[in-house]
Structures are given as structure tokens and as C-alpha cells.
Design a protein around this ligand. Sequence first.
Ligand code: NAD
Length: 256
Amino acid sequence: MLANKTALVTGSTSGIGLGIAKALARQGANIVLNGFGDAEAPKAEIAALGVKVAYHGADMSKPAEIEDMMKFAAAQFGQVDILVNNAGIQHVARVEDFPVEKWDAIIAINLSSAFHATRLALPAMRAANWGRIINVASVHGLVASAEKSAYVAAKHGVVGLTKVTALENATTGVTCNAICPGWVLTPLVQKQVDAKAAALGISNEDAKKQLLGEKEPSMQFTTPEELGELAVFFCSPAGANVRGVAWNMDGGWTAQ
Ligand code: NAD
């Protein structure tokens, strides 16, 4: 379905980003990966799906590096047809204790990076009259949790940016939508599981059950594979008039 299309997925060396990149690659899209850490293993996983793959290590908190990545992606495979704004970090602390540099980093990586990549991707998408911008927000783009001020502010911002981008392009073939996962067992969440296990002196398994029990009625983690299939739907012909939604995949979290 996505042969000859190019998808750039930010923060795709692990977790949800890699899951979405693999789902898009299975549909034939060439993939530009981004993120920190080892890029060789994710590159090999994508290449094994029979598509072309490239990697750019832009730090998504730095607008100049984002510009460089967008130019690199276009030079590799023509143009970016599908942009998945996924890179993100977390920090947990009460507002009065929240380190200022963590606030700035979360707003830059989780919110401003999506603005920069989107503004740079739009002209070519509009010229082609086809494009898909998929913002990985969170249930925290819809509801709040204590001790996550920067993350909740950034994710609510991502949902707002999604709606504005969708509206500004509503008469074109360019759509913009957000995905709002509940708990997904990636390195980002494993840190929170470890912290809970240490704080309460309980096992990792019990900490996972507690985390789910507090918020996610299904008592199951959402998976990167499930989120990847939602991204595929947004890119499909049936998704052509889905515009500006914040689609939760959260085991009932926000239905409560
Ligand atoms: P993860 O830690 O597994 O992956 C994060 C990715 O972002 C990695 O590839 C990392 O290298 C990259 N990254 C971090 N800082 C970066 C920077 N400055 N520049 C470039 N890349 C950077 O986490 P994940 O859980 O897969 O999170 C992916 C996205 O999903 C995030 O936006 C996160 O907020 C969101 N999300 C996660 C969950 C969850 O439960 N895991 C739930 C809702 C939303």
C-alpha cells in the first residue's frame, strides 16, 4: 500500500517509534530512522522487511539538527510523505520540585520538535497533494496525572498542534492526526516500573500490575505493534478524511 512512499519516524531506535516504522515498512514504505543509541540493529530489522532504510541522528531538541534531518531525508528518497513525530522523554516530579532544565527539554523534544518537523515537511506534502502527519501524543494529551507537568503540558500541546495542522490542510490530501497510547511497556515506562518497585519494595511484576491497576482498566499494556497498525490505518485510503483526531489506544484509561 505504501510502496514508493517515504516515512520519517522520529525517535525510532526503540519502543513505539520502531514499532510504527516496522508497520509502515511492512506496507512498503522506505524508512528514515532517528533517535539515540544503537541504530544498526533497528536498521537491520527494517531492511529485513525489504525496503530502503536510512538513519539520521538529529537531536530533536535542536531546530538546526531537525532542519538538517529533513534535508537529509529528502536527499535520500525524494521527499517525506509520512512524518511520524514520536520522539519523547519523561520526567516525574511535583511542579515545585520540577528541574527547570527538564521542563525545557521535555517541551523541546515532546512538543517543539513536532512543530519544526511539521513546518519543514508540509511544503513538499502540499505540492504532492498527499501527506500524512502522525503525532504520537498520549492519554496525557487528553487527561492529566500528578507529577507529570511538563509531559502533560507538552502532550496537550501536541493534540492542539494536531488539530491546527489538520484544519490548515483540510482541503488538501494532507492529513494530521494524533495517537494517544495508554501504558506501553517501552524503556520510557520500564523506568517508572523500576522506580515504583524500588519505592515500594515490590517485584517488577507487581509494580507493573500496580501501574496498570491505577489507570488502565484492561490491565494490559498497549503494544508498539498495535500502535503501528493504527498509523497504517491513517495512511490508508480509508483514512483520507480522518482529520485532527486524538485517537486513544489506552485500554479504557480515558473512558473512566
Ligand atoms: P522510548 O524511550 O522507547 O523511545 C523514545 C525514542 O525517542 C528513542 O528512540 C530515543 O532515542 C528517542 N529520543 C529521545 N530523546 C531524543 C532526542 N532529543 N532526539 C532524538 N531522539 C530522541 O519511549 P517510547 O515509550 O517508545 O516513547 C515514544 C513516544 O511515545 C514518546 O513521545 C512518548 O511520550 C509516547 N508515549 C509513550 C507511552 C508509553 O507508555 N511508553 C505512552 C504514551 C505516549
